[in-house]
Design a protein around this ligand. Sequence first.
Ligand code: NAD
Length: 447
Amino acid sequence: METLLTKPTTNLDDLFRRQQRKAQQLKRSTAAERVVRLEKFKQVLIDYTDSILQALFEDFKKPKAEAELEISPIIDEIDFAIASLATWMESQLVPTPDVMGGSAATSKIVYEPKGVCLLITPWNYPVLLTFRPLVSCIAAGNTAIVKPSELTPHTSTVIRQVVEAAFEPNEVVVVEGGVEVASELLKLPVHHIFYTGGSRVGKIVMKAAANYLASVTLELGGKSPAILDDSANLADAAGKIAWGKYFNCGQTCIAPDYVFVSEARKDEFLATLKATIETMYGADGPGIASPAYARMVNDSHYRRVKNLLDDAVEKGANVIVGGKTDASENYISPTLLADVTADHAIMKEEIFGPVLPVLTYKSIDEAIDFVNQGERPLALYVFGQDKTATDHVISNTTAGGSVVNHVIMHYFSPFLPFGGVGNSGTGRGHGHFGFLDFSNQRPVFQL
Ligand code: NAD
């Protein structure tokens, strides 16, 4: 098998040219041929499961149960694509207006691959957020150059090994490295860029794409609120919010970033959430030796979140649960903060760590106004038994996606498009939406 250097010394122009030639071949590939490659990818993933779990633990002590949840959605995505691909690839006949020839002409939409795609992916779910879009990319018949995050180096290595075992390098190749390598890759005249990460870098990617007018999918972040209507079942909401917030040590793009509850129900909610967190993690938190709780990915993210926490406390916020930190382990315990106000630094950037501020409103429209004054969130959650009230929140806000009476669930369905809006991203992934995102919908009109 042909070998490729995947370090910065790789001749990237040559790599691009070879993928471009391969892309031309893949353009004509059938659904059956693509299914064979997806099946092989699935088998390799299964074979590498233990190595993946181990690498994720070495990188930031991701607990086994959480690491397994990085793999199962990829398998589901592959199975869904395998079952649907023939239908997705079929060209779609549409009516022709009489003035253009009516039944004497044909109009159809042909789904062709975009060509050579570049995937730049993050560290928080490094396997899932690299391989789930890769499934759509391959299903749509493209080639891919993949750059995983340098912040999770053990996992980056396993990602490369999986790709080397599953694909020939002219079809999919992993180029490892940091910002320098990403910057070089962004100089290639690729046809589509799929970037997952923070909004600041998303802007750099979009500017680079403009050089070649490559299309982009940007899966970015932001502050995703959870708004509790007075009709919410507080115990139910507390359990789901705590799960979504503290999973992966709060480093989840669609984790609830903060909560809004009415002044009238604030004390009841804080008491319920406190009891929930203590039941989940113990009264003193999981502790620095716990194998069941992830760590902040590195020292710089640890310090960033600790500074946000310290700043809030200095300015009058109260720690209701947690607040325990240990720099030697990049450990921050699940933390619940009350009496946070909009002018605290913690309310001005995505927290991306296990600290949950709870804010209050007098009327739910105050919460809606607060959300609408900020950047458009990646996710917005609303809890309530009163459907008129939850509909009111959804229809008066904008977000990449929403869940009523739970958090995060929209990520898992292959029938729902996933992505952001405005500052939280552009483009849609998952299932058929992912296939379309990686396809050129080409109209063919024939007389
Ligand atoms: P990151 O550090 O994981 O970086 C992402 C990728 O961008 C990496 O491969 C990195 O090497 C590369 N990169 C960094 N700087 C670059 C530059 N100047 N030029 C080119 N490439 C560069 O990203 P992060 O920003 O720390 O990730 C966390 C953010 O990602 C959060 O905001 C989170 O909400 C968001 N996120 C979004 C999704 C989603 O699906 N929408 C998923 C996960 C994370």
